[in-house]
Design a binder for this molecule. Structure first.
Ligand code: 3PG
Ligand code: MG
Length: 423
């Protein structure tokens, strides 16, 4: 776990020290300063209340630490995709109350992120309280990465912190343009994400396996191409495995698969063979006529999928084989479920593998990093979310990192390091 704890705690003398080229806000004396934090509090709302507090709960320690160290914290977030217009449906207001509960400090909601409303709030900011600004995306200029909008945002603070890894793939005013305008640092959650991803991708303890699932090959081509050159094992499950089985000329019946990706699947298998990466495809699958709770599941070998049924989960022989690979490995990257886990009984394969991976983590034999899209939901449903080494709540940013793309939000912060010290 040591690797996942970015160093440079406050009170130490190494103030200039940067983690992965990123300045750590925990090494900065923030007492009495206004700290403007870009968070990702883009949480799902239902009937005007927060339906899932995961992102708020995860972010709370960042803000609690800053306030405890004497900072006056002003928070920026986006929520949903209101397309540049103020729309009460996407107001960040419901987040304030939940954040107050999670952080232990009062949170004042500020009904605009720039202009006189924000300025007025700033002049009344009491120590020991947090201000949450209204949805950044109520202004078109945010997504346009406008410098003048970033300038208007920047007057809300003396120091900028980005703690929103899950927005790092967006070059927006609050994640990109603003970085050039003020002293800028990374927050602890962002640093933990970067450290976790570097642990598994850049310098993993080997053998290292990637488990990639989810419905489609087409959405993960770039990821698979990256992984076959870096991993010792690539375990493929979910709907995308069917395309690989079809590429091996197996009849997948009515299973979801992408005929136009069969060539790509073959190329990926050839690249894997070239780079010594072993691909594990299902040996058996759970099939049914339809995807619903009343369907009768049947376990069959992959060369005996009935023409009128579809594969909806990996079978028990496959689960055992994946388990054996995990026992051999020291590091695991997990992205995507192995089956239609939302619908019982088709989550069994995903859950069994998740629990086994968590056990290996608990006994210190495996470092398991998971994230992207449905993965957090699948691992939460398996009740292992807090028992694996690191679970990312980022979707697109996590996937883009796996594709090997540089993330504008991170790059902007990295370039900042030479003059990160505040006068
Ligand atoms: C997410 O939920 O993926 C992030 O908050 C980014 O949101 P976006 O995809 O609307 O930019
Ligand atoms: Mg997204």
């Amino acid at each position: 776990m040591g690797l996942l704890q970015p160093h440079g705690g406050h009170g130490r003398r190494d103030r200039r020290r940067a983690v992965n080229g990123l300045g750590d806000i925990r090494s900065v004396d923030v007492a009495g300063r206004r700290v403007l934090v870009r968070a990702d509090l883009n949480v799902p709302l239902r009937n005007g209340t927060v339906a899932d507090t995961t992102r708020i709960d995860r972010f709370a320690p960042t803000v609690t630490d800053l306030v405890a160290r004497g900072a006056r914290v002003v928070l920026m977030t986006h929520l949903g995709r209101p397309a540049g217009e103020a729309n009460p449906v996407y107001s960040a207001r419901p987040v304030a109350d939940r954040l107050a509960r999670a952080s232990g400090y009062p949170v004042t909601f500020v009904p605009d992120c720039v202009g006189t409303v924000a300025e007025h709030a700033a002049s009344h900011h009491e120590a020991g309280t947090i201000q949450l600004l209204e949805n950044l995306r109520f202004h078109k200029a945010e997504e346009e990465n406008s410098r003048s909008f970033a300038l208007r945002l920047s007057v809300n603070g003396d120091i900028y912190v980005n703690d929103a890894f899950s927005c790092a793939h967006r070059a927006h005013a609050s994640t990109h343009a603003i970085v050039r305008l003020m002293p800028a640092y990374a927050g602890p959650s962002l640093l933990a994400e970067v450290a976790a991803l570097e642990t598994v991708l850049e310098n993993p303890v080997r053998p290292v396996a990637a488990l990639v699932g989810g419905p489609k090959v087409s959405s993960k081509i770039a990821i698979l191409e990256q992984l076959v050159t870096r991993m010792d094992h690539l375990i493929i499950g979910g709907g995308m495995a069917n395309t690989f089985l079809a590429a091996k000329r197996l009849d997948v019946g009515r299973s979801l698969h992408e005929r136009d990706c069969i060539g790509i699947a073959r190329t990926i298998m050839a690249k894997a063979a070239e780079s010594g990466c072993r691909i594990l495809l299902p040996d058996d699958v759970v099939v049914a006529h339809d995807l619903n709770e009343t369907a009768t599941p049947l376990e069959v070998p992959v060369n005996a999928i009935p023409a009128d049924r579809m594969a909806l989960d990996v079978g028990s022989a496959t689960v055992m084989r994946i388990g054996r690979v995990l026992e051999e490995c020291r590091t695991l990257l997990w992205n995507g479920p192995l089956g239609a886990f939302e619908i019982d009984p088709f989550g069994r394969g995903t859950f069994a593998v998740a629990r086994y991976a968590a056990e290996l983590v608990q006994v210190g034999r495996l470092t398991a990093i998971a994230g992207g899209g449905d993965t957090a939901a699948a691992l939460s449903a398996a009740r292992v979310a807090d028992r694996i080494t690191y679970l990312s709540t980022a979707g697109g940013a996590f996937l883009e990192w796996l594709e090997g793309r540089s993330l504008p939000g991170i790059e902007a912060l990295r370039n900042k390091v030479p003059n990160m010290e505040i006068a």
